[in-house]
Structures are given as structure tokens and as C-alpha cells.
Write a protein of this length. Structure first.
Length: 133
């Protein structure tokens, strides 16, 4: 009985611990890198649907022309902000994702898939014109 109590206590403690940070992202399969102008042409005013390495759940993200983002996940919908840097990074800031910090990613195109890559995440999305949320 004591062994069971120790196991249960250990499991409870493990459940309270913060998850380990993600390791290196699978960037070896990235497509061609896009310029700032190409990023704007490909994603602004469009909705991307796909996955990111931190989860296996499918999500969608609308990149509004006014600098706002809306993401729809299986468990919530969230509004954030985006910007494109002169050197071709797509930067996002969400209230919840990435602990509320801005994350700037390089943008790549592999076939019809747009890849947003950083040390924290690799997102692979297919974009459709307009707001599809």
C-alpha cells in the first residue's frame, strides 16, 4: 500500500511541474525563404490552417490586414497582433501562446505550405484567401 501511495504522490508532483521546453525544431525540411514582400503577398488577408510542433492539433489563423491575428484552436479562440520586419521575419504576439511574448519567425514556402520557423516552433500552414474562421 505504501508503494502505491509513493507512486501516486510522484505522479501528482510530475503533473504540477512545468513541461520541458521544446528541443531543436525540424528545420532541415524547410522550403525557400520568403522576403518581406513575399510574406505579405502570401499571408496577409488570408487564413492559414495546419499544425505547429508544440501540438498535434490542427488550428487556423487569420492574418488581418490591420495587424491583428485571430487563431482558432480546438479549445479556444484568441486575438493577437502581427508585423513583418524588413529582413523578412513574421512576428506574432498572442496573450497566451509563447507566454505572451512576441515571437519572430522566418517564413518559408514548400509547395503550397507556408512554414513559420523559429527555435521555439515550426508551424506548417496552407493559406486560403480571406477570413475562413
Amino acid at each position: 500500500m505504501r508503494i502505491v501511495a509513493v507512486i501516486v504522490a510522484g505522479l501528482a508532483l510530475a503533473a504540477c511541474s512545468k513541461p520541458a521546453p521544446l528541443g531543436p525544431q525540424p528545420t532541415q525540411r524547410l522550403g525557400d525563404r520568403l522576403t518581406a514582400a513575399q510574406i505579405e503577398d502570401e499571408i496577409v488577408g488570408n487564413t492559414g490552417t495546419g499544425t505547429r510542433t508544440s501540438t498535434s492539433a490542427t488550428y487556423s489563423m487569420y492574418v488581418a490586414p490591420d495587424g491583428t491575428l485571430i487563431e482558432k484552436l480546438p479549445t479556444r479562440t484568441e486575438t493577437g497582433h502581427w508585423r513583418i520586419t524588413n529582413d523578412g521575419h513574421f512576428c506574432m504576439q498572442w496573450p497566451t501562446d509563447f507566454n505572451g511574448h512576441e515571437i519572430c519567425q522566418t517564413v518559408h514556402k514548400a509547395g503550397i505550405t507556408i512554414q513559420l520557423a523559429s527555435p521555439e516552433s515550426l508551424e506548417e500552414l496552407v493559406f486560403q484567401a480571406g477570413n475562413k474562421l
